[in-house]
Design a binder for this molecule. Structure first.
Ligand code: AMP
Length: 250
């Protein structure tokens, strides 16, 4: 079975995000960029399925500017087999899902594993839209994945417990934080990844209508938090909680 893993290049999760001066979005110039953490977890899941003999070919796909190739190389160094770069920037989740649909159909993949959300815009939409476009089964927020011959058993973390679903293949799975801990690429694998193939595809060649349907009105930083104070006794703390913060009763 072939598996498709869409990976997005985003502002590194440990970098403090800055809003652009004109409030049109987030600054990405001269900022460290990395693979979206949830996408790393999806790549790791795909590699483990290959190591378990359940998957033959791991195809990565990234939609983005030229530097998305670096993100693809990272995934190839982790252990994916090949990659597709779709050149396009600032696409909405629906357009991304349409491009992924085109690739998934062309490559005849049996499974798509992807992040539950991209940490740059927190849309949490693309997997759901892809499942609708392909008319495949969907399991979101997976913290466990067990692939059988015709079905996938997916464990989902829900409020107050775990839900286990059995979904028929082909399927789209979106992964949550606790599914696995992604591996670091070893130096020999980074060298090997340089020789793995990356195809470039133009968005127009996939027949995707990327007309925007959503307009970002304004992006703002959260309000700065007021500085804390150090109190010198428990009594003073209780007094402040009762009379200033008013979060506990008298
Ligand atoms: P989102 O719906 O934007 O929060 O993204 C959810 C998941 O969709 C991500 O974790 C990726 O797996 C995939 N995805 C979103 N945008 C892209 C992109 N530009 N290129 C590749 N995959 C993407």
């Amino acid at each position: 079975m072939k598996i498709l893993v869409p990976v997005k290049r985003v502002v590194d999760a440990y970098v403090k995000v800055r809003v652009k001066a004109d409030n049109s979005g987030v600054e990405t110039n001269n900022v460290k960029m990395s693979m979206n953490p949830f996408c790393e977890i999806a790549v790791e899941a795909a590699i483990r399925l290959k190591e378990a003999g359940k998957v033959d070919d791991i195809i990565l796909v990234s939609i983005g500017g030229k530097q998305a190739v670096e993100t693809l190389r990272t995934g190839l160094a982790m252990g994916a087999d090949r990659a597709i770069h779709i050149e396009a920037t600032d696409l909405e989740p629906l357009a991304v899902a349409k491009a992924l649909h085109a690739i998934a159909t062309k490559e005849e993949v049996g499974l798509v594993i992807m992040g539950k959300q991209a940490v740059d815009n927190d849309h949490n939409q693309t997997g759901q839209m892809l499942a609708a476009l392909t008319d495949w089964s969907l399991a979101t927020f997976c913290s466990g994945v067990d692939v059988g011959d015709d079905t996938v058993e997916a464990t989902r973390e829900i409020d107050g417990g775990l839900q286990v679903l059995s979904v028929p293949l082909p399927a789209v799975l979106t992964v949550d934080l606790r599914l696995n801990e992604p591996r670091y690429a070893s130096l020999p694998n980074i060298m090997k990844a340089r020789k793995k193939p990356i195809d470039t595809v133009a968005l127009a060649d996939l027949g995707v209508d990327d007309t925007p349907r959503v307009r970002t009105v304004r992006v703002e930083e959260p309000p700065a938090r007021a500085a804390g104070v150090v109190v010198d006794s428990v009594a003073a703390l209780v007094d402040k909680l009762q009379n200033e913060a008013k979060v506990i009763g008298q």
